[in-house]
Ligand binder design. Structure first.
Ligand code: KIV
Length: 283
């Protein structure tokens, strides 16, 4: 799908990617300048709760709050015109009840202007997905590795590697699709599982570490730009080394300040109307 500067895609456009020749190109993004830089290039931006790790420096996504998601969702929507924007429901903002999920989702849509929310889970959240969709909330689901369940899973590990667990991932995707999700993220599963999930559901699968057969791909932007050196998952391709470039720039700046090379005359203001001399001091 190539996006148009004139209008954002709709959920109908995203769903149509299921039968399109080109996969959807998606990235996470959390801040205004980055959103401006990628707006014309990607079909979908996810304001993911991965911001807990990439922006706030936590080890997991669990401490992320709804207030954080709203603030970053607003920054991204404000700074884009042609991309479909999805905002994550953070851990603890939707699991307690369908009503809680609706309150959190409606706040995200009303306060950010995003087109949709995303939540993690399969069979066990299908009823919540149905509740939200029936009340006008477009929902993207997320199966396979679910980072909000990292404590239960015992780490960031690939899922669906055995016949039984592969079937469980497929059942999860089928359940959320049947409940009305318009797309589903499939994270960290073997290529064959990604292919089988994609064949099993009538909605686009957006893969992250799920192989080439998905209907779209997504990467965490800090991973793709080389801005998250702490941990690079196997499925990430780095398209730039901005972390190293930032460090080099800071080193050069500090060295020029210390040597007096910065600021140079072209970085200074000139006075206008002559120089005001202080009045002579009284003896
Ligand atoms: O929070 C996030 O960035 C995500 C992606 C890993 C898909 O859910």
């Amino acid at each position: 799908m190539s996006n148009s500067p004139a209008r954002r895609p709709t959920t109908t456009d995203i769903r149509a990617a299921k039968d399109a020749p080109e996969p959807l190109a998606c990235l996470t993004c959390y801040t205004a300048q980055m959103a401006r830089a990628i707006d014309e290039h990607v079909d979908l931006i996810l304001v993911g709760d991965s911001l807990g790790m990439t922006i706030y420096g936590y080890d997991t996504t669990l401490p992320v709050t709804l207030d954080m998601m709203v603030a970053h969702g607003q920054a991204v929507v404000r700074s884009t015109q042609s991309t479909f924007v999805v905002v994550d429901l953070p851990f603890g903002s939707y699991e307690a009840s369908e009503e809680q999920a609706f309150r959190s989702s409606s706040r995200i849509l009303a306060e950010t202007g995003a087109q949709a929310v995303k939540l993690e889970g399969g069979v066990e959240v299908a009823q919540t997905v149905r509740f939200l969709v029936d009340r006008g909330i477009p929902v993207m689901a997320h199966v396979g590795l679910m980072p909000q369940r990292i404590q239960a899973l015992g780490g960031f590990r690939a899922q669906g590697r055995t016949p039984e667990t592969a079937l469980a991932v497929i059942r999860d995707a089928e359940a959320v699709a049947a409940a009305g999700a318009f797309a589903v993220v499939v994270e960290a599963v073997p290529v064959d599982t990604g292919k089988r999930v994609t064949e099993a559901v009538p909605i686009p699968t957006i893969g992250i570490g799920a192989g080439p057969h998905c209907d779209g791909q997504i990467l965490v932007i800090h991973d793709a730009l080389g801005l998250f050196p702490a941990f690079t998952p196997r499925f990430v391709k780095r398209y730039a080394e901005l972390g190293a470039a930032m460090s080099d720039a800071a080193a050069q700046y500090a060295s020029e300040v210390r040597s007096g090379a910065f600021p140079a005359p072209e970085h200074t203001f000139k006075a206008v109307g002559g120089t005001a001399n202080p009045a002579p001091r009284e003896p």
